[in-house]
Design a protein around this ligand. Sequence first.
Ligand SMILES: CC(C)(COP(=O)(O)OP(=O)(O)OC[C@H]1O[C@@H](n2cnc3c(N)ncnc32)[C@H](O)[C@@H]1OP(=O)(O)O)[C@@H](O)C(=O)NCCC(=O)NCCS
Length: 164
Amino acid sequence: MGTEQQGDARAWYSFEAMATVDVSLMGLDDLGGVASLYQHTFNAAPWNEGWGFEAASQRLEGILAAPNGFGVLARRGDVPVAFALGYLEAWVSGRHFLLKEMCTAPERQREGIGRFLLEFLLSTLKDRGVLQVFCETRAGVPAEAFFRRAGFRALNVVALGKRL
Ligand SMILES: CC(C)(COP(=O)(O)OP(=O)(O)OC[C@H]1O[C@@H](n2cnc3c(N)ncnc32)[C@H](O)[C@@H]1OP(=O)(O)O)[C@@H](O)C(=O)NCCC(=O)NCCS
């Protein structure tokens, strides 16, 4: 599929994806289209979460509109096909990035768009002084394979939650 892999997991390019989508920073004006994409993707397998448009919009706006919110978007024409969104955080030296949400539209997955967008995100963050990126996902879903393929590794932490 027109892919060049160069050993270093940070440099994994899909030339097909580069030719078919435009990537840019995400702005608040993009939230409507992105919320529809989020709803569409996370209401499909394996997540089947049941998002309504308003709840999806509120979630994504809450992240992007925060003082340290930061997102990137891939479009085909005017239509969002993938995005990644999270928070920049100050650290001892430099900054960290907490990747909260990322998705590619179900009908556009496995075309290299996710890796192209992630590469754009990581290089943009590096230019802004980010030293490390963190994300969480469910073990065994496609996202785990995707992030591992991009060079992410499991950390020695435990995720805890409590129902109220
Ligand atoms: C995870 C996700 C963003 C990947 O996006 P994508 O555009 O399909 O990813 P790419 O086509 O760039 O895949 C890059 C590589 O990741 C790995 N990968 C991606 N999807 C995979 C899958 N379903 N199974 C195994 N490996 C997979 C492969 O190594 C793939 O390279 P290849 O196609 O040459 O084998 C997409 O599957 C998605 O939106 N999933 C639903 C939402 C989600 O789970 N988001 C993350 C949790 S917060």
